[in-house]
Ligand binder design. Structure first.
Ligand code: SSV
Length: 149
């Protein structure tokens, strides 16, 4: 469980028809796409130099991705996705996501929770080898780290 002691990186999104299923709620795979979008916007805004490294020999490999669903989203719902750094060890990065449905009255309902584990790797001689999380990314992640008691 991410504690609320660390600031989160936030992404807002308004649900469109392209994201809903036959009965009008958001199809479960979309939640994972939003996680992907959120983490790439984080790199774009806070660590653009990593994007150049990814085009070179760095690989941030997704080892795990999950979502626990609590409440449905429908077209034109306003989604707030909050992402925090839950865990950092060796070359592993653990991310925690909280999804909220934002009401017109300003209230936020907790609609889902997600997790990802990434591994920092380098492409070398046609293989992927573990490598420490790059310093630039460590710096960018720092403020978003959840402290565990
Ligand atoms: C192209 C490709 O494979 C990209 C992977 C990107 C991974 C990005 C990870 C970003 C993590 C950000 C975490 C922020 C926590 C507050």
């Amino acid at each position: 469980m991410p504690a609320s002691d660390a600031p989160a990186f936030e992404m807002f999104h308004t649900v469109g028809f392209a994201e809903t299923n036959l009965v009008g709620n958001v199809y479960f795979t979309r939640h994972l796409e939003w996680q992907g979008r959120c983490r790439e916007m984080f790199l774009h805004e806070h660590c653009p130099t990593i994007l150049a490294s990814l085009r070179d020999d760095l690989a941030l490999v997704t080892l795990h991705c999950s979502c626990d669903y609590v409440m449905e989203f429908s077209a034109f719902d306003r989604v707030l996705l909050r992402m925090r750094l839950d865990d950092l060890a060796h070359n592993r990065i653990g991310l925690a996501f909280d999804y909220y449905r934002c009401g017109a009255d300003g209230r936020r309902a907790h609609a889902a929770r997600g997790r990802q584990v990434l591994a920092s790797m380098r492409r070398q001689d046609g293989e992927l080898r573990p490598t420490p999380v790059p310093e630039a990314l460590l710096q960018a992640l720092g403020p978003y780290r959840v402290s565990h008691p």
